[in-house]
Design a protein around this ligand. Structure first.
Ligand code: B1M
Length: 214
């Protein structure tokens, strides 16, 4: 890893947003790819996550670091997106009710946009009602749900049931993800697809819409 990318990982952990933005731009000038910059930011967040678990840092520090991470992601966003790609389908995405984690969801959103999807991002703490309104109004091909807490991943099941009870289940494919979510859990709650990371989510979403159109 270059010196700039090492520094980037460190300043992200300290939550220094202006430095994160500066170093992302510098890394781009030095020839780092968006993937290399993303790896540096993710490795910083992984180190910080370990410290959070061991009670060496607390919510305020992690929150500030997350803001810095999202700031860095915004700098590399244009590089992750292919220009002039024709929309291959529509995706509605959100972090489920009770959950405020948005970094993974934002990454999935970026990768999906880069893969050619029109992405409607409902944000965090999204209720079943909000997902349903979005399905009715926006007519997406795919609904993506993210959850980072073992206590909120269970809300995914309620959201799928609510979509079913409104008679909308046949209209959309449902994809789920987030650190505690597993393939077994996805099958158990009746989702169509689980993916462990954002890049795979975009690949699998493409396959789902191609299969739908076939
Ligand atoms: Co929170 N937090 N947090 N946190 N936080 C975790 C998740 C935790 C594992 C930390 C720990 O204890 N080790 C733990 C959860 C324990 C559990 O339930 N098993 C935890 C906890 C306990 C909490 C609070 C309860 C703490 C408290 O208040 N006492 C609280 C809950 C708040 C709430 O949501 N109601 C809380 C709060 C916060 C902050 C607000 C401070 C902040 C979030 C800020 C933000 O997101 N804007 C935060 C953070 C940053 C973390 C950690 C450190 C990092 C999460 C992250 O962004 N990772 C996390 C520890 C860790 O993960 N090491 C932790 C990077 C991100 C890229 O990964 O989101 O997994 P991830 O996304 C991946 C994949 O999962 C996948 O793609 C991405 C990679 O490409 N993916 C999808 C994600 N969504 C997908 C959707 C898809 C497909 C793939 O759909 C198709």
């Amino acid at each position: 890893m270059s010196q700039t990318l090492e520094q980037l990982s460190e300043v992200m952990q300290k939550g220094n947003l202006p430095e994160v933005v500066r170093l992302c731009h510098l890394a781009i000038e030095e020839g780092s790819t968006a993937g290399m910059i993303l790896d540096s930011l993710l490795s910083g967040m992984s180190i910080l996550g370990g410290k959070f678990k061991r009670n060496e840092v607390f919510v305020p520090e992690v929150l500030i670091a997350a803001r810095a991470m999202n700031g860095g992601l915004n700098v590399i966003k244009p590089l992750l997106l292919e220009e002039g790609v024709k929309s291959i389908g529509k995706v509605v995405i959100g972090t489920v009710k009770g959950d405020l984690h948005d970094i993974g969801k934002n990454l999935v959103s970026m990768m999906m946009t880069g893969a050619g999807f029109e992405v409607i991002d409902l944000g965090v703490d999204v209720s079943a009602e909000k997902f349903i309104s979005a399905v009715e109004e926006k007519q997406p091909d795919i609904v993506c749900m993210s959850a980072l807490l073992t206590t909120t991943m269970t809300n995914m099941k309620g959201i799928i049931e609510a979509i079913e009870s409104k008679g909308l289940r046949d209209r959309v494919k449902i994809m789920v993800g987030g650190a505690p979510v597993t393939q077994e859990f996805a099958v158990h709650i009746g989702a169509d697809k689980y993916t462990p990371d954002a890049a795979t989510a975009a690949e699998e979403a493409k396959k789902l819409v191609l299969a739908k159109g076939a």
